[in-house]
Design a protein around this ligand. Structure first.
Ligand SMILES: Nc1nc2c(ncn2[C@@H]2O[C@H](COP(=O)(O)OP(=O)(O)OP(=O)(O)O)[C@@H](O)[C@H]2O)c(=O)[nH]1
Length: 234
């Protein structure tokens, strides 16, 4: 919106002649800025954990309705404690900011990058299947590996990241917490396997949907057929 448009906007409370129009519009803008701030991590400027939690729950609902899968990647900077101990917390913070930028550069517009906590990052990837999520995780991993951190004394440093990849689809029945736990388990595998790698959840292909006895009975009733006595007799 141009400045001219903004000046001609009606007051949302009392219409065009409202004497408090400018004040109300200004407060409204401030409220929007505060809302954004409440969802942003102060250090990295990515979304924060609060936004992650809300968005993950919403995206899971969207998958259930749209049938489009969603990827979840959790990444953790390798040996970050040693890095902090050796180079100091301030440089550690510089690294976290740079890692965040690197992640952001390597995602698509619709992807949602969050700081999960400490040196952990979470990426919500709407409309993404497990193979695509794996490719994105690898792209991020390689970009971080190739990025150079320039220190004030001229030194050049590098960090790496381990990542766990999981996916939610409409065939899957799990809670947001279980999905996070599954990506976390893959992250653990990546650390165990030597770090600086991504590990992907092995999904069992769902070939049939389990049907309850009640659903079976209802189906047979609909078809006016006799229900077999027990599964073992079929
Ligand atoms: N500089 C800085 N350090 C942080 C921040 N948040 C967490 N850390 C540090 O990140 C380190 C995480 O260490 P660990 O969880 O032991 O893991 P690690 O050393 O990265 O080892 P692996 O994950 O096993 O590769 C701790 O030393 C925390 O103090 C932060 O905002 N800034």
């Amino acid at each position: 919106m141009t400045e001219k448009d903004a000046n001609h906007r009606e007051c949302p409370a009392c219409g065009p002649e409202c004497p408090y129009k400018d004040e109300v519009l200004c407060l409204r803008n401030e409220l929007e800025a505060l809302k954004m701030l409440a969802r942003t991590d102060a250090l990295t400027e990515l979304f924060n954990y609060r936004h992650f939690k809300e968005t993950l729950a919403n995206e899971i609902e969207r998958v259930r309705r749209s049938n489009q899968p969603m990827g979840l990647v959790i990444g953790d900077v390798d040996h970050f404690k040693s890095f902090n101990d050796r180079y100091g917390h301030e440089l550690g913070n510089v690294v976290l900011k740079q890692v965040a930028k690197c992640i952001d550069r390597n995602l698509r517009k619709l992807d949602i990058a969050c700081r999960y906590g400490g040196e952990e990052f979470a990426l919500i990837l709407p409309g993404t299947n497990i193979r695509q999520a794996e490719r994105i995780a690898e792209r991020v991993r390689q970009a971080i590996e190739q990025d150079t951190i320039h220190c004030n004394d001229g030194d050049e440093l590098h960090v790496t990241m381990s990542l766990g990849v999981s996916v939610f689809s409409s065939e899957r029945n799990c809670t947001p917490e279980q999905l996070v736990a599954s990506a976390d388990a893959q992250l653990y595998q990546a650390k165990e396997a030597g770090r600086n790698r991504s590990c992907v959840e092995k999904l069992e292909k769902v070939t049939s949907t389990p049907v309850t006895q009640e659903e079976k009975a209802a189906l047979f009733a609909l078809l006016n057929a006799d229900e077999p006595k027990a599964d073992s007799e079929e």
